[in-house]
Design a protein around this ligand. Structure first.
Ligand code: AMP
Length: 420
């Protein structure tokens, strides 16, 4: 036999019933956004590579090591999107959505691609639901976005998600802090790679989890001590609004996150049940991003929640999310004429909104009844030649095993009555 194929390294197939739990998680993440006026947006799976280089930042691992980039036959340099914000901001600029009602509030759901070292909770192809609010710099909007993320987790039944909060300052105070941090880092023992990273973006180094680096960072200056008056007032207001919205948080002065575009409010949703990959979601304000990618000044704030890790968090907390079950009714026909009648009946049930399926192929009564049992349906319609001649069908309750004859003319109404 020739060799078979399997899903590429770092990817997995979503199969029922878990695939349906994924759908339900995406839906639960989107629901609070819809209630707050966010509209659905969908952008292409790939974008020009330069969009991510300029938007996400060349000092980040995502851009420097993890992008799936390729040159097309036409010579375009494209990249499978490693995150959602850059593409959405590109679309907002391209279609001048900022010329309408502000803030522009958008949500999306998609799969993203990073060439990472695969491990539990870290894949090369993963799924996020995201939200972006653009065009207004209002701390109340920051609080709204953060609170909507917390609501999504709460609605999913998670009680152990922690919100880590920080402010990364702006174009006024960040450079001052950067200088201070650069001075501090100069006195540490760092390998050549880390030095290079420190030159590109010293804040990146704060994210280094390796013990030999983390140990040396214990006394590093933190950005909150260097915030300018505007950024401090903004951060205070965000926290005030979060308090009003009953959202609790933990100050996390070292939180920098893996993407370069963040300014001011920066946050992460963490769950302790996941081992090393504890971030289930995260986001922040990105006031300079639009200009970085050639657009007008357009402040923005957003988040992305990881669907895969949220599922792991639910498992860790023992939260069950009812997956959509199979059909309620399963039809079994014996003989051609009965089959023809049954196909019609099942079609009518479906048209009336009943989830109905039937045995296909020639499996005989025993095989077909086994299929009915396996389907998980509550009722089976069994239609043989003799039933057909009598103008009836057998309606069997697959739970109790009870069975009775029902006139074909009444069948749809009877089935509906029994399953509702
Ligand atoms: P980021 O886009 O890096 O801010 O990530 C936001 C969220 O997406 C994270 O908190 C994770 O839940 C999820 N995520 C990011 N990268 C991966 C990955 N490689 N595999 C699975 N989930 C991921």
């Amino acid at each position: 036999m020739s060799s078979t194929f399997s899903a590429p390294k770092g990817t997995f197939d979503l199969l029922p019933p878990e695939s349906e739990v994924y759908l339900a998680i995406r839906e639960a993440m989107a629901a609070p956004l819809r209630r707050a006026g966010y509209r659905y947006v969908e952008t292409p799976t790939f974008e020009q590579t330069a969009l991510f280089e300029r938007g996400v930042g060349e000092s980040t691992d995502v851009v420097s090591k993890e992008m799936y980039s390729f040159t097309t036959r036409g010579g375009d340099h494209l990249t499978l999107k490693p995150e959602g914000t850059a593409g959405v901001v590109r679309a907002v600029i391209q279609h001048r959505l900022y010329a309408g009602q502000l803030p522009v509030k958008l949500w999306y759901s998609g799969t993203y691609y990073r060439y990472e070292r695969p491990q539990a909770g870290r894949y090369r192809h993963f799924s996020q639901v995201g939200a972006e609010a653009m065009g207004v710099d209002d701390p109340a909007l920051d609080a709204e976005v953060v609170a909507l993320g917390m609501t999504a987790y709460r609605d999913l039944g998670l009680s152990e998600v922690r919100l880590l909060l920080n402010s990364l300052g702006d174009a006024v105070c960040r450079p001052v802090y950067r200088e201070k941090l650069t001075g501090f880092l100069a006195g540490l023992e760092l390998d050549a790679d880390t030095r290079r990273r420190a030159e590109l973006n010293p804040l990146r180094v704060l994210d280094d989890k390796r013990p030999e680096v983390a140990k040396q960072l214990a006394d590093a200056p933190v950005i909150v001590d260097s915030l300018c008056d505007d950024c401090r007032a903004h951060y205070d207001a965000v926290r005030r609004h979060l308090g009003d919205l009953d959202v609790t948080w933990e100050e996390s002065p070292r939180l920098v996150r893996g993407l370069d575009y963040y300014t001011r409010t920066t946050f992460e949703f963490q769950h302790d049940g996941l081992g090393a990959q504890s971030a289930v979601g995260g986001g922040g304000r990105y006031d300079g991003l639009s200009e970085d990618i050639g657009g007008p000044p357009l402040p923005g704030i957003g988040w992305a929640l990881g669907v895969d890790r949220t599922l792991l968090a639910m498992r860790a907390e023992g939260v069950e999310l009812a997956a959509a079950t199979g059909c309620e009714v399963f039809g079994v026909a014996l003989g051609e004429a009965a089959k023809q009648q049954l196909v019609k009946l099942i079609g009518e049930l479906r048209a009336r909104g009943v989830c109905a399926d039937l045995a296909y192929g020639d499996r005989g009564l025993k095989g077909a009844m086994k299929a009915a049992d396996r389907s998980g349906a509550r009722l089976a319609i069994v239609l043989g030649e003799r039933d057909l001649a009598a103008g009836t069908a057998q309606l069997k309750d697959l739970g109790s095993g009870e069975q009775d004859a029902v006139a074909l003319a009444d069948l749809v109404a009877t089935v509906e009555g029994r399953i509702r």
